[in-house]
Every structure is written in C-alpha cells, then in structure tokens.
Design a protein around this ligand. Structure first.
Ligand SMILES: Nc1ncnc2c1ncn2[C@@H]1O[C@H](COP(=O)(O)OP(=O)(O)OP(=O)(O)O)[C@@H](O)[C@H]1O
Length: 343
C-alpha cells in the first residue's frame, strides 16, 4: 500500500497534559494511519491514550493538554495534504475540517445531545452549518438521515427531545448528526460502551453498513475485542500512550506478536472453544502515564520480559511488513526488508 492511500496518517504524535505535579505523557509517540474506505480499530485498556489520540486529530484536547510533537496528515480527495497538528484548534481551517470532513461520535449519546432542543432542530443546525440548504431542504435531509440510521417513524421522531428516546436511539441520532456533512472520516470513540449488549450489536451493525454504503473511513476506538473482530480491517493496539502493535485484523487475531496483544486476546472467550476454556487475566494494572516504567512500559506485566533488556531500554518499533509493526525486542530479528515505518 502506498502512503498516499492513507486518508489520515499520524506520525510520532505526543500529547501531554501539564499539571502542577509535572507533565502527563498521555500520548507519547503514536504512529498510525487510516486508509481510504477502511475501518481501523484502536484498542487497549482504559487510560492508554485512545481518546486523547482521537481528540488530538480534531484539535479537541482539553486544557492543560496540548500536542507537543508529531504530525497528523489529513489527505482528503482532491485537496492538498494538511498537517492538523500544526493548525490552531480554533482556526477557521480546523473548524472546516471538524464536522465538515471529519466527524466524531462520543461515548455518552445522552450527554452529547441538548435536552433543550428537539433532535430535529439539532440535526438541522448541524446540516446548515456545513451545507448551503434552506430550512425545508435541511429538514428533508434530516428526516432522510434519521431514516438511514434506522430510526422508525423519522417524521415524528424529528420533533422528539433526547430524554424521550432510548440510549440506542440517541446514539443513532448522534450518528445521523455525524453523517450530516458526508464526512470522509468518522471517528467513533467507544460509541457503544454506554449501551446494553443488544443495542451495542445493532449500533455496530449500523456503523458497518454505513461504512460500506458511503465508503467513508472509520477510526473506531474501543476496549472491546469482540467489536474489533466484527468491524475492523486494521487494528492498532495501544499501551500507555504508545502503539505496541499494528496489523490487519486477521494478523492481530491469528498471529499476534506483542505480548500485550497476546495477553489481551487471552482474556476474551473464543467462539467454539467450549465452556471449559481457560481465560487469563493480565496481571497488575496499567500504570498512570506520570508513573511510566523505564524501558518497555509493559515489562512489569509481561511474562516474556527479559531482565536487563526490557527494563533498561525503550523497545524498537519493528516493521514486520507493510502496515505491520510490533514494538518489542523479541521481534528485533523478524524485521522485514522495509527500512522504515510507512504511514
Ligand atoms: N485533562 C487531563 N488532565 C490530566 N490528564 C489527563 C487529562 N485527560 C486525560 N488525561 C490522562 O491521559 C491518559 C489517557 O487518557 P485517555 O482518555 O486517552 O485514555 P483511554 O485509552 O481513552 O481510556 P478510556 O478507555 O478509559 O477512555 C489518562 O491517564 C488520563 O488520566
């Protein structure tokens, strides 16, 4: 795959929070890419920097955080590539990208919608912000979008308030708002976490259908490997602010390289493995980024850690093939002939 096939390419991103006690290195050298028309899942335990990475793309990092290093290349069709990391988050150009070219769906649909306005009014507002449509045209498009995200009787639901809808319906409305401007990239940050299991599955199916219909790219953030198996083309595994492994979904599930990926996979039940399968837990907890261990950040929890090596030096980011990397000293000798990480 050529680098230009990537709609989004993040290279060496560092986003730190500057608090009284010092710098919290929430994202500390993330490299990943999202190819056109593909779904990339970012997976990892809570606190590993998934959301901060996503928010960095859209210039939505809360104070006292800021991007301190790295590049975020946005390469929309027919446009000049632009490094979003270099833009002022409040600039007109960033505002155009945010919501106009890249949309985001968050974890808490109820909290994202205002209880003061009908869902229709909020949808119309999002449409008119980015498209030159009058009120009637925007209403028509809004009802079409509500229908498209599977909301029954969309003409009536247009006039409903968020508190009159279930969590699943609210998330469908949020997805409709995100689709209002035909984004080239949809970033979905744990969009199903707040929903019950059946509703989660429906929302994942919806996102998969919409991706296939529209050809948009999706950056899907989750800690749920079951969802990853269903929706991902490519997977990025994060640990403590860094990417520890990247690869195609089959490679990650059937041939994981990094001990952390193996441990994550060992902690989920497998279909067809029977009721007596042994599930392992990853020992210990993810440390806080301000308490990052020296060397490989995973070494205190890693069963394969080598004393004097893994606790002493940062592991190399080994390129195993196109779009396939593992940040682990155990794979240093498996390097592919590629000389650098292609993003
Ligand atoms: N405003 C802030 N001030 C200080 N630290 C912050 C701030 N926001 C996030 N962090 C820290 O950044 C780290 C990464 O957080 P992030 O929300 O990206 O993790 P995550 O992988 O998305 O986890 P989750 O699955 O729980 O959402 C966390 O350790 C968090 O404490």
């Amino acid at each position: 795959m050529h680098a230009t096939d990537n709609l989004l390419a993040i290279k060496g991103l560092k986003t730190h929070f500057f608090i009284r006690e010092g710098a919290v290195r929430a994202v500390d050298g993330v490299t990943l890419s999202v190819p056109r028309g593909k779904t990339v899942c970012v997976v990892g335990e809570s606190g590993c920097g998934k959301s901060v990475t996503a928010r960095s793309v859209l210039g939505l990092v809360d104070e006292p955080g800021r991007i301190v290093a790295g590049e975020i290349w946005w390469r929309r069709e027919g446009g000049e590539p632009v490094d979003l990391a270099s833009l002022d988050p409040k600039s007109e150009q960033m505002r155009r990208v945010r919501g106009g070219e890249i949309s985001m769906v968050f974890q808490e649909p109820m909290a994202s919608l205002s209880p003061m306005y009908t869902v229709g009014a909020q949808l119309v507002e999002a449409i008119q912000l980015h498209l030159p449509l009058d009120k009637d045209q925007a209403r028509e498009r809004a009802i079409g979008l509500l229908r498209r995200v599977g909301i029954p009787r969309p003409e009536q639901r247009f006039d409903a308030y968020s508190f009159q809808l279930s969590g699943g319906m609210c998330q469908r409305v949020m997805i409709a708002i995100a689709l209002a401007c035909d984004p080239a990239l949809l970033i979905a940050d744990e969009p199903t976490t707040a929903l019950d299991v059946t509703t989660q599955a429906r929302v994942v199916d919806l996102l998969r259908e919409l991706q296939a219909d529209t050809g948009m790219s999706v950056l899907f953030i989750t800690h749920d490997l079951g969802v990853v198996a269903e929706i991902a083309d490519e997977v990025v595994v994060m640990y403590l602010g860094t990417v520890v492994e990247r690869g195609g979904v089959d490679e990650i599930f059937h041939d994981p390289k990094h001990p952390y990926t193996k441990a994550l996979l060992g902690s989920i039940p497998r279909m067809g493995a029977g009721t007596r399968q042994r599930l392992t837990t990853i020992r210990g907890n993810v440390p806080h980024p301000s308490d990052r261990p020296a060397g490989c950040p995973f070494h205190p929890r890693c069963d394969s850690a080598i004393v004097g090596v893994c606790d002493a030096a940062e592991p190399p980011d080994v390129v195993l093939g196109p779009g396939r990397t593992a940040r682990c000293v155990l794979h240093e000798h498996d390097r592919s002939s590629l000389k650098e990480v292609r993003i």
